[in-house]
Design a protein. Structure first.
Length: 565
């Protein structure tokens, strides 16, 4: 089975009508995914969609009649969300930047009705990364590639003022184009230093192949000649088509880049490389500044996202193809580039997210509590379409059992086919994913965002009194010590069920609802029921309790055994 996904892009117009146009297609590997043995994906705990954002936690935006996609996002200090990607035109594609209010509506004070587009050379232009530049009054940096009339591509950057107009004090009237090797070059990731200098990483094509390339710019868009050769570094790390470079800056100013590489063979593996502030390889990292990791012996694996922990350890995420099935791949490196043996299996974690198999991780963020949130997309139950996907890991690499269905992630249906490409965590802990989704009726690609709650109600205590109980008597069930990390959350109900089919699993459609507990004192919920009214005879019964908060998020399921004499 072959799946085809289009990276669609349209041109900004006032009427925003829709029609089907597909500029080019990406083929994904054969997905012969096994079925069976997957968890129930209903009612995830942490990771529930935030109903205060857009429509039920989802936002899709069409800016033209030809299609668009967002590849990156950043969250402003005021909570507004900036997404960048590309929009299709009649002659190619242009940079697209859109800004959303905290509730998911387009910010009409930005650009024209919330978005703006930028053409570089009447060819295919696309933004792959977006960042805020410090100490500039909210100016927005966007980086990607620009084609010269459908021929050669170059590194391309643009800077916008806070209202969405091009900043003419940056580069050449707001735009910068940099050629590496006279052929196909493009930015894939960007990070901004504390001094305002801009570091970008991507690919450069030479006569001998495609290689990892970096550039650094001064705050005004000019190349920083103290970095590499005239501001540019062309490495000897060969890179394949899969994945994309991600870059981050350490506290000491060193630059970390991850991607896929074909070093050491024809198959792709993770590569992590670290550079000194002047662009030279950091020889204290791995072997001569780079580390190649074959994740779990996968036939193909490549990195697409990177994040730094507060202890300096490096978390890289991407995709590993094992037995023809794509999985989320997460790798953690120590500060010297060695694999962290205290994380997962020797520093590596593989996760099949979703009910079918076939899942690709594209982005990662570290929560304030040290947990690792990995985003991407996963095949749906039919194996023919993608949904947004998230998984959360404890600091040791184990899955957080309180996040998503059965602790292995949460899926979100956006349109009829969706890929998530970037993520950011808000100051209140909510996570925002961005990418593209095929519109339900036309199939046109739209910018898609989803916002997720950071937590869900967690019950710590579930007791019965008396227990054992004489058959025919009443019993009081008490649920207490409920915590919830969602902002301004309150518990709205606590449901208690009887395991009617004796399978040890809560299924609200088949198990018997005993009733809803009442909050009898702050944080204490009780339900008294008659065993005779329920027709219970002597024996042992399993009961379940589950709380829900004001966002509609369901929490963990706790159980107890009730013995009737």
């Amino acid at each position: 089975m072959w799946n085809w996904f289009s990276r669609l892009a349209p041109k900004h117009r006032t009427n925003r009508s829709r029609s089907g146009f597909r500029p080019y297609l990406e083929v994904l590997e054969d997905r012969c995914c096994p079925s069976g043995g997957k968890p129930d994906w209903s009612d995830p705990t942490g990771g529930a969609l935030d109903p205060t954002f857009g429509s039920g936690g989802l936002v899709t935006s069409s800016f033209s009649s030809a299609g668009e996609q967002a590849n990156s996002l950043v969250i402003q200090p005021d909570g507004k969300i900036v997404a960048a990607g590309y929009t299709r035109t009649g002659t190619g594609s242009d940079f697209l930047v859109a800004r959303y209010n905290p509730d998911g509506s387009l910010d009409s004070s930005f650009g024209t009705g919330g978005d703006t587009s930028t053409d570089f050379a009447r060819g295919d232009d696309a933004a792959e990364a977006v960042a805020l530049q410090p100490n500039t009054g909210g100016k927005i940096l966007v980086a990607g590639y620009a084609h010269e009339k459908h021929t050669n591509a170059d590194f391309a950057l643009a800077r916008y003022t806070a209202n969405g107009t091009l900043d003419t004090t940056f580069g050449n009237n707001g735009k910068v184009v940099t050629d590496f090797a006279g052929s196909a070059d493009g930015v894939e990731g960007m990070a901004v230093q504390s001094d305002g200098k801009i570091v970008v990483a991507g690919n450069a094509t030479t006569a001998s192949g495609i290689y990892l390339a970096l550039a650094r710019y001064n705050a005004n868009g000019s190349l920083d000649t103290t970095f590499g050769s005239g501001g540019k570094v062309l490495t000897t790390i060969p890179i394949p088509g899969g994945g994309r470079a991600a870059v981050t800056i350490q506290g000491d100013g060193k630059i970390v880049v991850v991607r896929g590489t074909t070093l050491g063979g024809t198959n792709s593996n993770f590569v992590a490389a670290r550079f000194n502030g002047d662009g030279t390889p950091d020889t204290g990292f791995g072997s001569k500044g780079q580390v190649v990791t074959d994740v779990a012996g996968a036939s193909i694996d490549y990195a697409s996202g990177v994040a730094l922990q507060t202890d300096g350890k490096i978390v890289a995420v991407g995709t590993a193809v094992v037995n023809n099935v794509e999985q989320f791949a997460t790798v953690r490196y120590n500060t010297d580039g060695t694999l962290d043996a205290g994380f997962g299996q020797g520093g590596e974690v593989l996760t099949s997210v979703g009910p079918y198999g076939g899942s690709d991780a594209t982005c990662v963020a570290i929560q304030s509590d040290g947990e690792i949130l990995v985003g991407g997309h996963a095949a749906d139950a039919t194996g023919t379409a993608y949904n947004f996907a998230l998984a959360r890991y404890n600091p040791d690499g184990s899955l957080d059992a309180n996040y998503g269905g059965a602790g292995t992630g949460t899926l979100t249906l956006v349109g009829i086919n969706a890929t998530a490409l970037a993520m950011a965590i808000q100051s209140d802990g909510k996570a925002v994913l961005v990418g593209n989704a095929a519109e339900s009726t036309t199939g046109l690609s739209e910018v898609a965002l989803a916002r997720y709650l950071p937590s869900a109600p967690q019950i710590s205590s579930f007791t019965a009194n008396p227990n054992p109980v004489v058959s025919g008597s009443d019993v009081t069930l008490t649920v207490s010590n409920i915590t919830d990390g969602n902002p301004n959350s309150t518990i709205t109900q606590v449901a208690i069920y009887l395991d009617s089919d004796n399978d040890g699993t809560l299924d609200p459609s088949t198990d018997t609802l005993l009733g809803y507990a009442i909050e009898t004192s702050p944080g204490v919920w009780t339900l008294t029921f008659s065993t005779s009214a329920m027709g219970l005879t002597a024996g042992t019964y399993e009961l379940f309790a589950q709380a829900q908060d004001n966002y509609g998020a369901y929490g963990n399921i706790v159980s107890l055994e009730l013995q009737l004499l």
